[in-house]
Design a protein around this ligand. Structure first.
Ligand code: SAM
Length: 229
């Protein structure tokens, strides 16, 4: 269960909201049951349920332990979000694979930016995917940027910058094995000439993901799966 503020040396923890509802209604926890808690920042602990009410769940936790379950490569993916009904699967998969953060981007060819409600829902999907996969660090959802803002920002901490572009024929095999990667996946209508020009000027390498045109969410998963382990 996700609990952002866990006592470092262990102690009493009260699960509330979604996490309590999941524990009480879905998992039907009882006093003396053992559970695992994580803080979303790479730390976790074992705990024992001490009391269950309609809305809350009390437990006694052990001291927090830092456990690294992240891939060795840090990846940020900038993505022109697809239609809302296709976002859940995208966010679930990227969280499971271990993407560090995603940045929704909008351009002239994007239908519309993701609404605050959609972003809130996706934050919840990240937590569910962490629980399902045993990841203890939340994938961050960065503020939405225009594609031009994204490509123009320095992003200097990344060792490799990639732009997925179907018309590229660049062989990316020689680009594997970097410590940190920032990559961008464009909208259904593709990148504009201006976006491509700015990305190239900022040191982004255009890469192909094969001779077929992939949906946005497939392209994002393929990039994450190729560079992360
Ligand atoms: N007609 C658009 C075009 O020519 O760019 C197709 C856009 S595709 C549905 C959405 C995004 O996925 C693209 O902007 C690109 O970033 C990525 N993508 C899809 N297939 C790709 C491929 N084979 N190689 C590289 N990137 C791809």
């Amino acid at each position: 269960y996700y609990c952002p503020s866990l006592p470092q040396f262990g102690g009493n923890v009260v699960l509330q909201g979604h996490e309590a509802q999941h524990a009480i209604r879905v998992m039907r926890v009882k006093p003396d049951d053992a559970i695992t808690l994580f803080d979303g920042q790479g730390r976790e602990t074992e705990a024992v349920i001490t009391a269950v009410s309609r809305r809350e769940c009390d437990c006694q936790s052990e001291p927090l332990v830092a456990i690294n379950r992240e891939p060795s490569v840090k990846m940020q993916l900038a993505i022109a979000f697809p239609k809302p009904d296709r976002c859940r699967e995208l966010v679930e998969r990227l969280t499971e694979i271990g993407v560090h953060s995603i940045t929704p981007i909008v351009s002239n060819r994007t239908q519309r930016p993701p609404s605050p409600t959609l972003i809130d829902k996706m934050e919840r999907v990240v937590i569910e995917a962490c629980k399902q996969s045993g990841r203890n660090r939340l994938m961050r959802i960065n503020p939405t940027l225009t594609a031009l803002e994204f490509f123009s920002s320095t992003n200097e901490e990344y060792h490799l910058r990639l732009m997925a572009h179907p018309t590229s024929n660049a062989n990316h095999e020689q680009l594997l094995g970097r410590e940190s990667v920032i990559a961008a996946v464009g909208p259904e209508g593709g990148w504009t000439d201006e976006e491509v020009a700015v990305a190239l000027a900022q040191g982004y390498s255009p890469i192909t993901l094969g001779a077929r045109i992939l949906r946005i969410e497939t392209a994002a998963v393929v990039i994450a799966a190729r560079w992360l382990n």
